[in-house]
Every structure is written in C-alpha cells, then in structure tokens.
Design a protein around this ligand. Structure first.
Ligand code: PLP
Length: 349
C-alpha cells in the first residue's frame, strides 16, 4: 500500500498543512515549563488523563466519562477504527475529504466504501442513505468543516445521516478538526443513546500542532470501549499538562479564530479578483482553482517563489485545485503576490 503523504518542501512561506499562523501566547509556554518542573518524571503518567478529561468536559459541558484523549485527533480516529472497524467490516467516507479516514480504515483491516459529494461538495443525503443502507458500514465519517473543501454540512444532513446509521447499528463520526471556525457544531447532538462522536484537535485553533493532542466527545459506553483499546499510558505527563494549560487561554484562542476568519475573507476576495474559482470556507483554509485550471503548474510556480500550498489538483473531483492555509497577513500577502506573478507569466492576468 501507499503511505499517507503531505509533501513538505523547505520554503519561506508554509501554507500547506492548516496550522495556526503563530504560536500560542508566551503565558502558555511558561505554564507548560512550570508544569514540567512539577512532573514526577520517574512515574508513569495518569493513565486515564482524568485532569485533562475533566477540564475538557467542563469546556463542553459534558461528563468526563464522555471524553477520550489521544496523541492528535489522528490517534483518536485510529483508536475508533481499531475498536469498531476491522476485517469483515466497512468504513464509509464522502469524497473529496480528509484522505486519512479511508487510509486508517484500511490499516485497521476494514474495507473503505467511498461515497461522493454533490457539485457544491455537500453530502447528498438521499444518495448517502442509499449507499449506507446498502453497505451498512460499521463507521461513517463526515468531516465538517470538510478538509480540503472548507464546506460546513448543515445540521439537517447530520441528523439525516444519524437516522440512517442508527437503522443498521452503525456509528457516525463527525470530524471537527476545524470546528471552532464553524457556525454550528454536532457536539449539541451528543447523547448517550445516539451513535455519534465528534472529534476535535489542539493542532489548529489552539495553535498546538507540535503537542500532538486531540480528543472526542461521545457516549460514555463508547468511550469505555476506546479505553480498552488505547495503549496503556499513551498520553505522556507533559502533554496532559500542556492540554490543561491551553484551556486557561481560551480567550486568546477565540481571538485567534476571529482574526483568521477576517484574513480568510480578505484572501477569498483577493482570489476572486484574480479570477479564481473559490469555495466558501468555514475553516482556516481556502480551496480554489486558479484561472486557467493548471493547478500543478501554479503550485510549482508558487514553490519557485518560496510559497508552499497543498496541491490537490490531481485529487478526484478537485481537478486543477489548490488549498491554501490562512496565514499571517504578511504570509498571505506573499502568497497573493506570488500567485499574481505566476498567473501573469501564464498569461491569464
Ligand atoms: C479533518 C482533519 N482531521 C484530523 C486532522 C489531524 O489532526 P491532528 O493534528 O489532531 O492529528 C487533520 C489535520 O490536518 C484534519 O484536517
């Protein structure tokens, strides 16, 4: 099998992995440094990460037993699939979407069932219901806001998918890695009897991709199953402390989100002015198709000017498209200048 790749190139402006444009506040780093001095390094960490779970439960107004934490939301997704998928079972995704969902499903030994989205990149509920009823996947993924399109699914879609997966005993996973950018969250639908989990990450809005920490909120019975599958002591003491410390800087996170949303608006308008097709984004990145539609060539022309975006132009359904992360105003200006120059050389401007 092929590995999962997100190509890295040594450039000055990195707008390819949807990271936050800058680090968390200094007070956060100081709090983590203080916590490091208190850690009993010769002891194993708190196996159940109870302090962190309690704090996340408070944040989302749920019970600590409804929270499962792991090393990045990727490990949360992997643990879900090790627990509920596997040989003889299938896992559904709606393409184009986060490629790791189907990759992790295959690693878990399950069969990946690939549905597709409509022309606006939304899940078509009727088509989805037909596919799901026919295949009865153990796990169905919906990424909202969706990576790489940025599209937010309406609540009615999630409700309809929930009804469908409930009819055959499946589980719906809503990947909300970009949830804080979205006007609504499926967290409000979590209930003990509802087969739904919502995954979140510290990597994006919390500006902590380097910490590798993510979590899910779901029914208590489900979290208890995940706890049986996760490796003992998989979350180290420093990571637990960092996750806790971050929550004291909620206001900074919210301010960061609102600044990114403002910059996203500016970037979208500029891309439209340059003649690109631009999809409405509810995340910290924008999917666009440069005029002329030669995504590969424009991607290379950007790299030649030391600007890296994600090249999705060869992905099914995304012909000629690129995905750019919203960076600092300076990084965004560098990107726009490089794109303008690339288009001028191509004769489309
Ligand atoms: C939709 C989606 N889910 C999950 C992840 C993984 O995030 P983490 O860094 O928490 O593993 C990403 C990262 O890009 C993502 O885009």
């Amino acid at each position: 099998m092929e590995g999962y790749h997100s190509p890295q190139v040594d450039v000055e402006v990195r707008l390819n992995t949807n990271e936050a444009p800058g680090p968390p506040p200094l007070g956060f780093s100081q709090a983590v440094a203080d916590a490091a001095l208190e850690i009993e390094w010769h002891r194993y960490p708190d196996r159940s990460a109870l302090g962190l779970r309690r704090a996340l439960a408070d944040l989302h107004e749920v019970d600590p037993g409804q929270v499962f934490c792991a090393n990045g939301s990727n490990e949360v997704l992997q643990t879900l699939l090790l627990t509920f998928a596997g040989p003889g079972r299938s896992v559904a995704t709606f393409e184009p979407t986060y490629a790791l969902h189907q990759h992790l499903a295959r690693i878990a030994g399950a069969t990946a069932v690939l549905g597709s989205r409509d022309a606006d990149f939304l899940v078509d509920v009727e088509q989805a219901a037909d596919l799901l009823k026919e295949q009865a996947p153990a796990v169905s993924f919906v990424c909202s806001p969706n990576n790489p399109t940025g599209i937010v699914e309406p609540k009615d879609t999630i409700l309809s998918l929930l009804q469908t997966v409930s009819s055959f005993g499946g589980l719906l996973v809503v990947d909300e890695a970009y949830g804080q950018f979205s006007p609504w969250s499926a967290l409000e639908l979590i209930e003990e009897e509802v087969p739904l989990v919502v995954t979140r990450t510290y990597s994006k809005t919390w500006a902590m991709a380097g910490a590798r920490l993510g979590y899910l909120i779901g029914p208590e019975w489900l979290v208890a199953e995940l706890d049986k599958v996760a490796l003992p002591y998989h979350l180290d003491s420093l990571k637990q402390a960092a996750g806790l410390a971050a929550l004291d800087f909620l206001g900074d996170m919210e301010l960061r989100v609102s600044r990114i949303v403002e910059e996203r608006g500016r970037l979208s308008s500029a891309l439209l002015e340059l003649g690109a097709d631009v999809w409405p984004s509810g995340a910290n990145f924008i999917l666009f198709r440069p005029p002329g539609g030669d995504g590969d060539r424009i991607w290379q022309a950007l790299v030649d000017q030391s600007v890296l975006v994600r090249n999705t132009s060869s992905w099914k359904h995304l012909h000629g498209c690129l995905r750019v992360t919203v960076g600092t105003p300076g990084d965004n200006d560098r990107f726009l200048a490089a794109l303008t120059s690339a288009l001028r050389n191509e004769g489309t401007q």
